[in-house]
Design a protein around this ligand. Structure first.
Ligand SMILES: Nc1nc(=O)n([C@H]2C[C@H](O)[C@@H](COP(=O)(O)O)O2)cc1CO
Ligand SMILES: [Zn+2]
Length: 160
């Protein structure tokens, strides 16, 4: 009997995990998920965007506009930073990061400084904004390779 041939690829698997993690986000506008993987394709860490520990999802603001103190932007931890901070196993040197939305400039700094060498992203809806331009500028300078995930069109359905 031959082995199955329709198994998912590594990229489908890790981007799928990133998208699954995003479903945990409480952000009403943008849910982002991230999966960090070793050079030999072992999952090291996972994260999604949300408020820090102790900062209640029901009390802190989710709005996008108004006094910055009362918007989510001062309080959300991005999926990429959460995935980096969730990793307690030592070094992320040489790791790959899969993320459902292109990293911002703040996460780019953390990605570079922790030694991640490759970023695979899906959506790039903030391309051209100062944050994403700065992020690409830093990753280019630091030699962090980034490429867009190539959708395969496969529909992965899981019943839970
Ligand atoms: N790469 C990213 N990872 C993230 O986790 N985020 C989070 C921060 C916010 O919670 C949300 C963006 O909200 P909005 O501006 O699209 O309503 O996604 C945002 C970006 C974009 O740079
Ligand atoms: Zn970020």
């Amino acid at each position: 009997m031959d082995k199955r041939t329709d198994y998912i690829s590594w990229d489908e698997y890790f981007m799928g995990v990133a998208h699954l993690a995003a479903l945990r986000s409480k952000d009403p506008n943008t849910q982002v998920g991230c999966c960090i993987v070793s050079e030999d394709n072992k999952i090291l860490s996972i994260g999604y965007n949300g408020f820090p520990k102790g900062c209640s999802d029901d009390e802190f603001p989710w709005r996008r506009e108004g006094d910055p103190y009362d918007t989510k932007y001062f309080y959300t931890t991005h999926s990429e930073l959460n995935a980096i901070l969730n990793y307690r196993g030592g070094s992320l040197e040489g790791a790959k990061l899969y993320v459902s939305l292109f990293p911002c400039n703040e996460c780019a700094k953390a990605i570079i400084q922790c030694g991640i060498r490759t970023v695979v992203y899906d959506c790039d809806k903030y391309d051209g904004t100062p944050s994403v331009r700065a992020s690409k500028r830093m990753m280019n300078a630091a030699g962090v390779r980034y490429y867009k995930y190539q959708k395969t069109g496969r529909n992965i359905e899981i019943s839970v």
